[in-house]
Design a protein around this ligand. Structure first.
Ligand code: ZN
Length: 162
């Protein structure tokens, strides 16, 4: 039987504090924040060095994504109940229920997702890690799984097979 391998990394530094609100047809949450925590599991075959992937590379990539999201308001730009526009360094949001927000652009991160749910954030983080770790193509990685916790014991998981 051939053994299978994975590495799992979740460090105290894999965190971001961010504001968001969930919005979909007929519903909008009030703007609020979470102290998010991220975990990364990568499955694959061992390389000639005995690694699936170097822990150091994963830590660097995960910290970078967390840094991009930290102390920001997360704006999902692919949401059909939210109009997003920017001018003069301000982001304007018009919600389906008629409520409006105006925020400094530097305080926002615009993500190409439909909802800022933990599930879609996990998918976004997965995609960013695939890009920055340059997988596939490098090492024999077969899947990447990201967990995003909104609070302790409350997390979403997104797994992408490569
Ligand atoms: Zn929330």
């Amino acid at each position: 039987m051939e053994p299978s391998y994975s590495v799992f990394v979740s460090k105290d530094s894999f965190k971001f504090n961010a504001a968001h609100f969930q919005i979909y047809q007929g519903f909008r949450e009030r703007l609020h924040g979470h102290n998010y925590r991220v975990g990364v599991r990568i499955e694959g075959k061992l390389g000639s060095d005995g690694y699936v992937l170097d822990f150091g590379d994963i830590k660097k990539a995960a910290r970078l994504v967390c840094k991009q999201l930290n102390e920001k308001t997360i704006i999902p730009t692919a949401n059909d109940c939210l109009e997003v526009s920017s001018s003069d360094g301000q982001i304007s949001l018009v919600c389906q229920d008629g409520s409006r927000f105006s925020l400094p652009q530097d305080d926002c991160v615009l993500l190409p997702i439909a909802h800022s749910s933990a599930e879609e954030l996990a998918e976004y983080v997965c995609g960013e890690l695939i890009k920055s770790l340059k997988i596939p193509g490098r090492r024999q990685v077969c899947s990447i799984e990201v967990t995003v916790a909104e609070a302790p014991g409350q997390e979403a998981v997104c797994k992408i097979d490569l």
